[in-house]
Write a protein that binds this ligand. Structure first.
Ligand SMILES: [Zn+2]
Ligand SMILES: [Zn+2]
Length: 243
């Protein structure tokens, strides 16, 4: 998406065009270094004469001195400005990633190339959907009636609601996979999936009438656990998820 953010940054002072000199013209070649920005010193040593160069102290290496400073920026050549900058946020960015926009940083004192604007990404957690890399995890509770008889329900995804089918005889902990309903890969390697973890809700309290109905089912053969070879245990499910 595109997001507009308010940024306070130094921009070139308009009246002096970022030079810091009055009207942008009151610049003289530095008398100390003749504009080179360096001062040279000749030192006599046992091996002969050696020339050492250092930054000119008069102009700080800029080669020019200002005879009259700009009234607006007081010679700094820049001004603090608040502006709204549109930022392109690519799909798939994650927490702690850094985006950079060249030239949208601070303008240096008395001219030069402006720096970059660095944008630190902070991801806000979603109310129901959890991120795991490019995959989305979602916990869905279903009643044991829905688990036994099957049901059709709606689940939230990052692109709105999607209908899913719960098969009759669904065991707790089953994971449904919505292919391609996850997050787009930042480097363009496809899209993640949404994984729906089905939890079967066991009533925490029942009315007398409900108790009677359930008591009738207690000894029914179909309600007695008969785990077969096809029932995947916890470890198989975890293994399956990471495939
Ligand atoms: Zn100088
Ligand atoms: Zn100025």
């Amino acid at each position: 998406m595109e997001k507009k953010i308010k940024v306070k940054r130094y921009v070139a002072c308009q009246p002096c065009s970022g030079t810091g000199a009055k009207n942008g013209t009151e610049l003289k070649t530095c008398a100390t270094c003749q504009g080179s920005g360096q001062t040279k010193r000749v030192v006599n040593t046992m091996l002969g004469q050696m020339v050492s160069a250092s930054t000119c102290p008069t102009c700080n290496g800029e080669g020019k001195t200002i005879s009259a400073t700009c009234d607006v920026c007081k010679g700094e050549g820049r001004q603090l400005n608040e502006e709204v900058i549109p930022i392109n946020i690519p799909a798939g960015v994650a927490n702690d990633m850094q985006l950079s926009m060249s030239g949208k940083g601070n303008f240096p004192e008395r001219g030069g190339v402006p720096g970059d604007l660095l944008i630190q990404i902070e991801e806000e957690p979603h109310e129901f959907l959890k991120r795991d890399g490019n995959n989305i995890m979602f916990e869905q509770y279903i009643s044991f009636v829905d688990a036994a008889l099957g049901a059709s329900l709606e689940v939230p995804t990052i692109e709105g609601k999607v209908k899913i089918k719960v098969d009759p005889g669904t065991q707790p902990g089953k994971i449904l996979r919505l292919r391609g309903k996850g997050i787009k890969d930042l480097n363009g390697y496809g899209r993640g999936d949404q994984l729906i973890h089905l939890n079967v809700w066991t009533p925490k309290s029942v009315s007398n009438q409900e108790r009677e109905l359930l008591e009738k089912l207690r000894d029914s053969d179909n309600f007695t656990p008969h785990p077969g070879k096809n029932e995947k245990g916890f470890f198989e499910k975890v293994k399956e998820y990471f495939q």
